[in-house]
Write a protein that binds this ligand. Structure first.
Ligand SMILES: Nc1ncnc2c1ncn2[C@@H]1O[C@H](COP(=O)(O)OP(=O)(O)OP(=O)(O)O)[C@@H](O)[C@H]1O
Ligand SMILES: [Mg+2]
Length: 163
């Protein structure tokens, strides 16, 4: 499924909607070029789950944690040297039953990620516009996407007036 995100506000609104659907144990894999909006989307997810919390870009530290019940584990693999280095990050330990895991630059270690997950890829398609491709992996996400739960009608109206 594809969606056009007309500005950063739309990307965050999509993220907030996704946040409302995420459950402990879920994984979301984000891919897309530098500056395509992965962190912006994650910030929407964090707002959608823990309103008031702000996310940071974890590029240098690689993993940030937000909130409790659920804890959001936000990893950025941009600087990952090898898939083996993934094992040193301890994400599986952090990603206990109570956590939601979001991974930027997921293509750096795809085989380490949970098989059941939502894959999101972002592509720059003009000034302020991004094309979002949504690929569900596994039964839970296939059902959610087929039911239309991530369609624009569920988030397009939820734009923050500041955007
Ligand atoms: N439709 C859009 N969606 C998301 N971001 C947008 C959009 N239009 C413009 N932008 C801008 O593009 C930039 C996206 O930055 P962001 O840090 O979210 O990207 P990223 O994919 O996480 O980058 P990196 O690969 O460096 O981690 C921001 O400055 C944001 O304001
Ligand atoms: Mg980023």
């Amino acid at each position: 499924m594809r969606s056009l995100l007309a500005g950063a506000g739309e990307t965050r609104a999509f993220g907030r909607r996704l946040g409302s659907l995420l459950r402990p144990g879920d994984w979301v894999a984000l891919t897309g070029d530098l500056g395509s909006g992965k962190t912006t989307l994650v910030s929407g997810v964090v707002e959608g789950i823990h309103s008031g919390l702000r996310s940071r870009s974890p590029t240098y530290v690689r993993v940030e944690l937000y909130g409790e019940s659920p804890t959001i584990v936000h990893a950025d693999l941009y600087r990952l040297e090898s898939a083996a280095e993934w094992d040193t990050l301890g994400i599986e330990d952090l990603a206990g039953a109570d956590a939601i895991v979001l991974v930027e630059w997921a293509d750096r270690a795809l085989d380490r990620l949970a098989k059941e997950r939502l894959d999101l890829s972002l592509r720059i398609s003009g000034e302020g516009a991004r094309e979002l491709r949504i690929v569900p992996k596994g039964g839970r996400w296939t059902g959610i996407v087929r039911a239309g739960a991530l369609d624009r009608e569920h988030w397009g109206h939820a734009l923050d007036p500041r955007d």
